[in-house]
Design a binder for this molecule. Structure first.
Ligand SMILES: [Zn+2]
Ligand SMILES: [Zn+2]
Ligand SMILES: [Zn+2]
Length: 151
C-alpha cells in the first residue's frame, strides 16, 4: 500500500493501540499492513484487507472487524429488532384507529404523564402485546424518546 508509511506518522497513536490489540509491536503491525493484511478484533485473525469493508470513521479507513464477523453481528441485530418493530407498528395502528373512532382522545388534547407539558404521542407503557394494544399513556416527544432510549 503506497503512502501508508507516511500516513502512519500522523496516526501513530491509533497505530500503537491497534498493534497492542493484536499483541504485537507497531513495526510488526506495519509490516503486516504493508503486506495487505489487517487484524480482525472479533475473530482475532489476520485477513486480507479486501475482507474488511471501508469505514471512513476509522483511522485507517477500514472497519475494525472483517466482513464475515460484522455480517454475523448485523444478522443478530436484525433478528432482535424486527419483531418488536412489527408489534410496535401494529400497536400504533390500533391507537390510530381508536383515536379515529373516538375511543381515545388525540394525544394533543392531553398532557404528558411525565412532565405535564402537552402530549404529542401515546406510549405503550405495558408493551406491545395483543392485550395491551390500547394500554397507552400520553407523552410529549422528549419524555417519550427518553423512555425508549434510556430504558
Ligand atoms: Zn473477523
Ligand atoms: Zn413530557
Ligand atoms: Zn412508546
Amino acid at each position: 500500500m503506497k503512502g501508508w508509511s507516511a500516513m502512519a506518522q500522523t496516526i501513530d497513536g491509533a497505530l500503537k493501540v491497534a498493534a497492542k490489540k493484536c499483541g504485537i509491536e507497531v513495526d510488526a503491525y506495519l509490516a503486516m499492513r504493508e503486506s495487505g493484511l489487517k487484524h480482525c478484533w472479533k475473530c482475532k485473525q489476520w485477513k486480507a484487507i479486501n475482507d474488511f469493508s471501508l469505514d471512513r470513521s476509522r483511522f485507517d479507513g477500514y472497519a475494525a472487524g472483517c466482513k464475515p464477523c460484522t455480517r454475523v453481528q448485523h444478522k443478530k441485530e436484525r433478528k432482535l429488532s424486527r419483531p418488536s418493530i412489527r408489534h410496535g407498528n401494529r400497536a400504533s395502528e390500533a391507537v390510530r384507529q381508536a383515536i379515529k373512532k373516538g375511543v381515545l382522545q388525540r394525544p394533543e388534547e392531553r398532557s404528558c404523564t411525565e412532565c405535564g407539558n402537552s402530549a404529542r404521542h401515546y406510549h405503550h407503557h405495558l408493551g406491545y402485546s395483543d392485550e395491551h394494544l390500547l394500554d397507552v399513556v400520553p407523552m410529549c416527544v422528549g419524555c417519550h424518546q427518553k423512555v425508549h432510549w434510556d430504558g
